[in-house]
Each structure stands twice: as structure tokens, then as C-alpha cells.
Design a protein around this ligand. Structure first.
Ligand SMILES: Nc1nc2c(ncn2[C@@H]2O[C@H](COP(=O)(O)OP(=O)(O)O)[C@@H](O)[C@H]2O)c(=O)[nH]1
Ligand SMILES: [Mg+2]
Length: 382
């Protein structure tokens, strides 16, 4: 049986939003995924593409930027087109940070990357000829939270605080299928509370008082944050015979596009269908503008970003110090790496155990449900 025809992908609605950006030429949209490794960042991106692009012909991946020797980002470009409205989509897929015990160094390249894009754009704006600019300013940053069922980790709080003042931050709960619906709802509430208590700035879909329908939609999206996510590009069969994108378990199928299973549709709606232009204009008018003003206050017009080690007088002395320091650090580092490897292995093992335990709980719950249904029938027969 043929799948029911799906309507357009929805981006043709974008120009109807009340926005300053004239969308005739189409939009440039850059989205970034951030979070510990193994949380399903790459899978979510592929899921977005597999539900959003009919073919992968306009879809290219390349490694562009080596941030440092441990962290590099992958830049994926795609073109979405509907009713002659085009979106040039760039996805920045980062590897996980938090793999390194030395945490600060693992996330600072990500913050630097975001600042660097603002810097690059600003410098181009200051040039006499302001033609086509390279623009990789991040319009939406998805931050992946591990579905532990407990609360946000101190590292999550640190990073989210820094991201929230720089970009439109959209927190998501990764691998929602590893928690029961009840645990997931509690977890979400707890995270919302921490976000509020810690003053973490997250993206707020604007509420238009003159347009009740879109205001209602925006409220629905805001209330669902942080979005719970199930990622999968696999087609699986549900018990009632539907073929869906999802993850197959002994207890059933976790469906990507089922609103009762996760908030994938809401997230997709927010970033691709209804709020893309707002994400772009708030980046331009708020985040980029903040960066520009902060920079203007600390340096003269046209002057490059201040480098710390530019004074020639101290250069030689510094070099000597640095050499000795480097030797010491190298010795310590070797010892440290070994310890780190051990911790990573241990963490991965514990996370696997946790996932298995969650899955076992769900299986037992399903069996219990079945037993109760069976028992119900049994007692009626008597
Ligand atoms: N249970 C579950 N597993 C997922 C989900 N998304 C991805 N995974 C799995 O998690 C592992 C890591 O995924 P990946 O996308 O490479 O994570 P990344 O390191 O954050 O890019 C893979 O085995 C995926 O199949 C999800 O929503 N639920
Ligand atoms: Mg990845």
C-alpha cells in the first residue's frame, strides 16, 4: 500500500510569517548540535533530513573546520525547496565534548566557534565593499541533555549559560525512548525548573497577540521545551501494521513522529516550518548585535581581536618559560590521558548498563500491563 501523500514540507509557509526579512531570495539557515558524544546528535540530523528531504541530491557533508586536535566540526549543507521558496540549510555537527575530564577545554572550542562566526561577519561588514559574505552565524543551537531521569549536570548548566547569551538555545532531551512517559514528564519539569533557577536563556517563540492561531502554536512549543527526542532513520513496523520511522523494541516501537512518544514534530516545526525566520532575525538583531556592541566597546574601529602575546619585549622570556612549562605538562598529560581513557571506558559501560536497565523496566511494565489486561478478562469470564 502506498504511503499517504504527505503535504508540502511546510517551508512555503515561511514568507507568510510577519517578518522583516524579505524571503524572495530564500533564506540562509544555520543550525548547530551540541552535547556529549553518543547522545544521538548525528542521528537526529539524519532523521530531520530523512523526513524532510525526498532525495539526498542536494546534500553534502564535509569536514571544514579543525577546532583543535580533539574537536572538529562537520558541516553539512542541504537545500530545501518548496513552491520556489528556497532555504539553504547548513548543519554544524559537533563531536561530543565532555569526553575529556579536562572539561573546560572540551567546550571552549564550541563557544569560540560561535564567537568566531560573529567576528568573521563583523569584519566583513567593516570592509569597503560589502558584497556576498561568508556567513556561518548559528541561528539555532540544539543542546542535547542526557535522559538520566535526574537533573541537569553542572557541566550542562555551565555550557548552556554560555550558549544562551550567544545563540538561540534550544534544549532537547536525547533518547526519550529510554525513559518511561512518567519519568520523562518529571525529568522535563525538573529541567525547566533548573533552567529558570539558573537564569539560563533559552529561545522563546514570540507570541503575537494579534494572531491567536500562531500565538497558540508558539505557546504550545514553548510549553513543550525542552523537547524530548527520538532519532531514527529506520523504517519499522508497528503492532497495528503501520510503517514508521522509529526504534523497535521487544515492548513495541518508539515512533519518531508520534506526539505521544516524543516532541520531534514540535522541534521540526519550530526550526524548519514555523520559526525559522524568527530564529534568523533574532540572531541578527539580538545575538549578533550584542557581540558587535561588546566588541566595539573594547577596541577601536577596524582593529583585529586583541591577541595576548603580541608584546615583543616579553616574547623571548615567554618562550623560555613556555618551553619548560610544556615539558612538565607533557609528562603530566601522558599520565592524565591514561586515567582519562579509563574513566571514559567506565562511563560508557555505566551508560550502557543504564540503557539496558531502562529497557528492562519498560519491558517489565509492558508485561505487567499485559498481565493486568489478561487478569481483567479472566475475572470477567467467571
Ligand atoms: N535509544 C536511542 N538510541 C539512539 C537515539 N538516537 C541515536 N541513538 C543511538 O545512539 C548511538 C549514538 O548516536 P550518534 O547519533 O552517533 O550520537 P552523537 O555522538 O551524539 O552524534 C547510536 O547507536 C544511535 O543509534 C534515540 O533517540 N534513542
Ligand atoms: Mg556525532
Amino acid at each position: 500500500m502506498a504511503a499517504p501523500a504527505v503535504g508540502g514540507i511546510g517551508i512555503a509557509n515561511l514568507p507568510n510569517q510577519r517578518h522583516k526579512i524579505v524571503a524572495k531570495r530564500g533564506a540562509h539557515f544555520t543550525i548547530m548540535v551540541v552535547g556529549e558524544s553518543g547522545l544521538g546528535k548525528t542521528t537526529l540530523i539524519n532523521t530531520l533530513f530523512s523526513t524532510e528531504l525526498s532525495s539526498s541530491k542536494n546534500y553534502s557533508r564535509r569536514h571544514v573546520k579543525q577546532l583543535d586536535k580533539l574537536t572538529e566540526v562537520e558541516i553539512i549543507k542541504a537545500e530545501l525547496e518548496e513552491k520556489s521558496f528556497k532555504v539553504k540549510l547548513t548543519v554544524i555537527d559537533t563531536p561530543g565534548f565532555g569526553d575529556y575530564v579536562n572539561n573546560r577545554d572540551s567546550w571552549s572550542p564550541i563557544i569560540d566557534f560561535i564567537d568566531d562566526q560573529h567576528e568573521t561577519y563583523m569584519r566583513q561588514e567593516q570592509q569597503p565593499q560589502r558584497g556576498e559574505k561568508t556567513d556561518l552565524r548559528v541561528h539555532a543551537c540544539l543542546y542535547f541533555i542526557r535522559a538520566t531521569g535526574h537533573t541537569l549536570k553542572p557541566l550542562d548548566i555551565e555550557i548552556m549559560k554560555r550558549l544562551g547569551t550567544r545563540v538561540n538555545l534550544i534544549p532537547v532531551i536525547a533518547k526519550a525512548d529510554t525513559l518511561t512517559q512518567g519519568d520523562l514528564a518529571n525529568f522535563k519539569q525538573r529541567i525547566r525548573a533548573v533552567i529558570a533557577a539558573q537564569n539560563i536563556r533559552i529561545y522563546q517563540p514570540p507570541i503575537d497577540p494579534e494572531d491567536t492561531q500562531s500565538a497558540e502554536h508558539a505557546r504550545l512549543l514553548a510549553d513543550a521545551m525542552p523537547f524530548s527526542i527520538i532519532g531514527s532513520t529506520e523504517d519499522v513496523q508497528t503492532a497495528d501494521g503501520r510503517t514508521v520511522k522509529g526504534r523497535q523494541y521487544l515492548w513495541g516501537v518508539a515512533e519518531v513522529e508520534n506526539e505521544n512518544h516524543c516532541d520531534f514534530r514540535k522541534l521540526r516545526s519550530l526550526v524548519i516550518r514555523t520559526h525559522m525566520l524568527d530564529l534568523i532575525s533574532t540572531t541578527e538583531e539580538s545575538h549578533y548585535e550584542n557581540y558587535r556592541q561588546a566588541q566595539m566597546e573594547t577596541r577601536k574601529f577596524g582593529e583585529p581581536k586583541v591577541k595576548k602575546l603580541d608584546n615583543p619585549k616579553f616574547k623571548e622570556e615567554e618562550e623560555g618559560l613556555r618551553r619548560r612549562f610544556t615539558e612538565q605538562v607533557k609528562a603530566e598529560e601522558a599520565r592524565f590521558r591514561q586515567w582519562e581513557q579509563h574513566l571514559i571506558a567506565e562511563r560508557d559501560r555505566l551508560n550502557k548498563d543504564l540503557e539496558l536497565a531502562h529497557s528492562a523496566v519498560k519491558q517489565l511494565e509492558a508485561e505487567l500491563d499485559n498481565l493486568q489486561v489478561g487478569y481483567g478478562r479472566g475475572s470477567q469470564r467467571r
